[in-house]
Design a protein around this ligand. Structure first.
Ligand SMILES: Cc1cc2nc3c(=O)[nH]c(=O)nc-3n(C[C@H](O)[C@H](O)[C@H](O)COP(=O)(O)O)c2cc1C
Length: 201
């Protein structure tokens, strides 16, 4: 299913078509596509080039990583994630490697890597749905995630599918065009909560 966002200003087509589906198609993601998606994350910026992100990737039908990631997800997310061919856990290293001090930007950097990954995925027609609804403790235990790493988010990835395969209560959000507050609520100029001059005209 396609969603072209009702933007106020023209943006790149990849960003305009991005959304977070819950219904994915059966189509698997080819290994070469997977490599390009994670290569995009690899080249993301990070504080001190620490590259704090680590990805645990589960492919449906290959080993049990996919099932273990599923086991860590909230029941609400488990209602739809089974339609996705790939599930991912994003972990992030909490300290700088060069001096062992806390890295206050590690989650920011992991999120930025996820954004890189998402845009590359969109260029391959692969959609990404990020999730905070999971048990970090359970994920840590299931994958023996070291103490110096935080389990930050989970993601479902795949080609878009038919919303009809979802439970009925999820149809509405799947079909909605989505919404955002106006740019003037997020971009400020001279004063807090005051839009910059380039938004005037
Ligand atoms: C960090 C993060 C956590 C999220 N957690 C969940 C989640 O647990 N379950 C879910 O269905 N969607 C989750 N979402 C998806 C958001 O609800 C979605 O991105 C938002 O409603 C905007 O919709 P869009 O991505 O289609 O533009 C999450 C998104 C992000 C970035």
């Amino acid at each position: 299913m396609e969603k072209i966002r009702p933007v106020d200003y023209d943006i790149h087509d990849l960003l305009r078509r991005r959304w977070s589906p819950r219904a994915f198609s059966d189509r698997t993601i080819e290994p070469a596509v997977m490599r390009r998606i994670f290569e995009a994350a690899r080249w993301s910026a990070s504080c001190f080039n620490e590259q704090p992100w680590r990805f645990i990737v589960g492919i449906r039908g290959a080993g049990d990583t996919y099932d273990r990631i599923t086991a860590a997800l909230s029941p609400g997310n488990q209602r739809w994630t089974h339609t996705a061919p790939v599930l991912v856990l994003i972990c992030s290293k909490k300290t700088f490697t060069h001096n062992s001090k806390p890295n206050d930007w590690h989650v920011y950097d992991a999120g930025q890597a996820a954004a890189h990954l998402t845009v590359q995925a969109m260029s391959e027609s692969v959609f990404v749905h990020q999730m905070a609804g999971f048990s970090a403790d359970k994920a840590r235990e299931l994958f023996q995630v070291p103490a110096d790493y935080e389990v930050v988010t989970a993601m479902a990835m795949g080609y878009a599918g038919d919303p009809a395969q979802l439970p009925e209560e999820l149809h509405k959000s799947e079909l909605s065009p989505g919404s955002r507050r106006p740019l003037s609520g997020s971009v400020f100029g001279e004063e807090w909560d005051t839009p910059p001059s380039f938004l005037d005209s």
